[in-house]
Ligand binder design. Sequence first.
Ligand code: SF4
Length: 444
Amino acid sequence: MVRTRRIQRGLRPVGVSFANLRCGWTSKVEPGKGQSPRQPAWPRATLALDLKALGTMGQATSEARTLTPFAIDLDRSPFTVIWEVTRACDLRCVHCRADAQSRRDPRELSTEEGRRLLEDVRKLESPVFIFTGGDPLRRPDLFELVDYAVELGLNVAITPSGTPLLTPAVVQRFRACGVRRMGLSLDGPDAKYHDAFRQQPGSFGWSVTALKAARECGLPTQINTTVTRGNRRKLAEMSTLVGDLGAVTWSLFFLVRVGRAQDTEQLTAEEFEEVFAFLYELSRRVPYQVRTTAAPHYRRYVLQRQTEERRRQAVGVARLLGTIPQDMPAAMPRALHGVTDGRGLVFISHIGEVLPSGFLPLVAGNVRQASLGDIYRSAPLFRALRDVSRWHGKCRDCEFVRVCGGSRARAYARYGDPLAEEPLCAYLPRSTRRSSPSASFNLR
Ligand code: SF4
């Protein structure tokens, strides 16, 4: 109860144990290493958060490292465009969002339709474009599409599956084509956990081989880890592996109950905070970026910690000067929008449907009938997701709404309403504390 109250008041939870969350790293990413010969640096820049940028690759992500801000009007253009080129995949992951199948869907966008989509994406000038699946390597025309995307000037990332199709030669070809980043999933620090999770013996080994091949040829990598009840005590070990494999980013995906994902694997709101605490500390000492996916409230956590640290520094200075302020204002760092479902993020399914993200299964249109830009800007669903005044619950009135906003996908999975509040956030907004008797009780 004490911990819950501290979280709600914006303080670090008391008694968060790091005993099982030991972390470390052993290899450094060399500056400049990994740049593609055909393209300039990956746009590390994202949206400004008091110069602590909130980066993205894929679903709504956040990080606590200092990057250059990237200005973009999210009402006009998404920051990240993700195209699920196929749902076919040789893995059978227990949590699969796409409920991936072993065979390709005959209704998939054709090569020609894909090329037109890429031209559409180019008009949006979005900083990040991702080929995802299923397993993108199950499409025979993948490299033709990748080549065309690079030719159009898109910043291309790709998220293949850890299968025998992902050979070192394929990784080298990604690099030669001008792919800027490869994202690969590793859900545990060893084959036992990962292969069981992916339901494919050997997947861990194929993934590690591919990541090493990427490091060898200078292709920057992102390791994606789905956080569940089963692996949350293995995250420290995972963080070491991420460093050893030379990834530039570690993105932790917080489960949303969609596709094959089960609620029983979901962490509680308090456990989210514990993982956030671990990630925040980790992000300060590892050479790679630490991000979250489907947990925009990590941004709120980072702001809370930074605010608390600055206040402490200010008190320290005041003490030195002999003038301790009576009423220290809780300085709120300047923050712009975070990227989340439909607000900076758009997802195109294998059959051309346009959705706010891969985890929010509501279709706003189809690129076979309308342009991606028109759907993103004008579809009622997308407009509602960007209009906080139409939301319900505590997120709408939260002081962190612009930088966080909660996972709209998780709100939909829990309540059937994407405009409802994030169900797994332990924070209680100030306005709610003032107006709710039970919330006031929590402040004592
Ligand atoms: S209440 Fe909603 S907007 Fe506020 S921090 Fe939590 S998830 Fe984010």
